[in-house]
Design a protein around this ligand. Structure first.
Ligand code: PLP
Length: 383
C-alpha cells in the first residue's frame, strides 16, 4: 500500500502514540486542578507549550492549544474582528484559502462586514498590486495562507507584511497548516498563525494558535477560562504533549525530507512531462513546496484517476479531502484561471517525512500504466 495523501493527514509517529498513551495513563489529572495530579499534568502542559514556542521562535505566552486548525482559524478570524470592529468594517481574504478560513469570512460577511477577495496569479500567488488596491483605512483583517493545500504555492508573507506597515489596524492572520517547517516564516511579522498536529505525524484533534498579542483577539468560546480564556474547555494535555513531540521529530527530519521531496517531485515532473496529455499544476519553482504536486488529466474526472490508482493500492486524492465529496469546481484552482477540464481532472499527490523513493517510483509506474490502459484513448477520442 502506498500512501501519498499526506496533505489530508499523516500517519502518527510511534513515539507520538506512545507519548499520548503514557500521558493519559500516568498523568491524567486535570491541569486546572490544584491537587498533586493536576499540578504534575499542568507542568507537562507548560513543557509542551515551551517546546512548541521554541520551535516556532515565539514566547510561551503566545502559544494556545486548540482542538484543530479549523478551530484556530475560526478563533483568530472571528475573535480579531470582534476586537477591531469599532475601527473599520472591511475584511480581505485570498481566494485560495482552506474552507475553515473562507467560511469564517463568509460568516463575517453575513454579520455585516464588507468582504473583498484578493486575486492570485496563474501560479496561485497573491497579486500584491491587487492587494494594495483593496486595502483601505477601514480594513481590519487580512488572511493569507502560508502554503496552499491544493497545489503547494508558497505565499510572499514577508512582502505582504511590508505592505501592511502602512495599515497598522489590519490583523494579519496566516494559516500555516501546510507550511509549518516546510517554509521558513518569521512569526513576528504576522498577528496570528495556526497549525495542526495531524499534518506532521501528530494526532487528530489538537492544534495550536499563535497570537502575537492575546489582547487583540476577543474570546469566541466561553467557559472555564482555560488557555487564558481564549479556548475554554479542559485541555487535552496528552495530545498537546504529543503535538510538541511530533513537531520536534519533524523538525529533526525536515532538512532530509526537503532534499528527498525535491528529488521526488523532479522525478514525477520529468517523467510526466514526456506525456502530452498530463498537466502538472505545481511547477518546479522556488515559490512552490516540493511535497505537494497537483496533476491533471483534462477530460478525465479526478475521481476516476483516484479510483484507478486505489485499485492498484496507491492512495492519492482529488483536490482536497475536505471538498472531495462536493461536486463544485475547486475554488483555489479556479482562482488561478485553470480550465474546467483541468480542474475536474486534477488529483493531488503529497509526500510526508516518511515517503520513500520506492513509493514515488511505484506511483509513477502505476500512474503511467493506468494512463496508457484506461485514459489515453478516452482523451484522444475527444469524448
Ligand atoms: N488549513 C489548511 C491549509 C488545511 O490543509 C487544513 C486541513 O486540511 C486545515 C486548515 C484544517 O485543519 P484541521 O484538520 O486541523 O482542522
Amino acid at each position: 500500500m502506498i500512501y501519498l495523501d499526506n496533505c489530508a493527514t499523516t500517519k502518527p509517529y510511534k513515539e507520538v502514540l506512545n507519548a499520548f498513551v503514557e500521558v493519559n495513563n500516568l498523568y491524567f489529572g486535570n491541569p486546572a486542578s490544584i491537587n498533586k495530579f493536576g499540578k504534575t499534568t499542568n507542568k507537562l502542559l507548560s513543557a509542551a507549550r515551551a517546546q512548541v514556542a521554541s520551535i516556532l521562535g515565539v514566547d510561551e505566552g503566545s502559544v494556545f492549544f486548540t482542538s484543530c486548525a479549523t478551530e484556530s482559524n475560526n478563533i483568530a478570524l472571528l475573535g480579531s474582528v470582534e476586537h477591531k470592529k469599532d475601527f473599520g468594517n472591511r475584511i480581505i481574504v485570498s481566494k485560495i484559502e482552506h474552507p475553515s478560513v473562507l467560511e469564517s469570512f463568509r460568516e463575517l460577511e453575513r454579520r455585516g462586514f464588507i468582504l473583498d477577495y484578493v486575486n492570485v496569479d496563474e501560479y496561485g500567488l497573491i497579486d500584491l498590486e491587487h492587494l494594495k488596491t483593496l486595502l483601505t483605512k477601514e480594513t481590519i483583517l487580512l488572511s493569507v495562507m502560508q502554503v496552499n493545500n491544493i497545489f503547494g504555492a508558497i505565499q510572499p508573507i514577508d512582502k505582504i507584511s511590508e505592505i501592511l506597515k502602512d495599515y497598522p489596524k489590519v490583523h494579519f492572520h496566516v494559516d500555516g497548516v501546510q507550511g509549518i517547517l516546510k517554509d521558513d516564516i518569521n512569526l513576528s511579522k504576522v498577528d496570528s498563525y495556526s497549525i495542526s498536529a495531524h499534518k506532521f505525524h501528530g494526532l487528530k484533534g489538537i492544534g495550536v494558535l499563535y497570537l502575537k498579542s492575546r489582547r487583540t483577539v476577543h474570546n469566541v468560546i466561553f467557559g472555564g477560562g482555560q488557555e487564558d480564556g481564549l479556548r475554554s474547555g479542559t485541555v487535552n494535555v496528552a495530545a498537546a504533549v504529543s503535538l510538541a513531540k511530533a513537531l520536534r521529530l519533524s523538525q529533526e527530519k525536515i532538512n532530509n525530507a526537503k532534499k528527498n521531496h525535491h528529488e521526488y517531485k523532479k522525478l514525477i515532473v520529468d517523467e510526466f512531462s514526456k506525456y502530452k496529455h498530463i498537466v502538472i499544476n505545481s511547477p518546479l519553482r522556488d515559490d512552490f513546496v516540493d511535497s505537494i504536486i497537483n496533476i491533471s488529466l483534462p477530460k478525465i474526472k479526478g475521481e476516476a484517476i483516484v479510483n484507478a490508482l486505489n485499485e492498484r493500492e496507491v492512495m492519492v486524492s482529488t483536490t482536497s479531502a475536505c471538498s472531495s465529496k462536493t461536486f463544485h469546481l475547486n475554488e483555489a484552482l479556479f482562482a488561478r484561471g485553470l480550465s474546467k477540464e483541468n480542474i475536474e481532472g486534477s488529483i493531488r499527490v503529497s509526500f510526508s517525512y516518511e515517503t520513500t523513493k520506492k513509493d514515488v517510483e511505484t506511483f509513477v509506474e502505476v500512474f503511467i500504466d493506468e494512463y496508457n490502459k484506461k485514459f489515453k484513448e478516452v482523451i484522444e477520442s475527444g469524448i
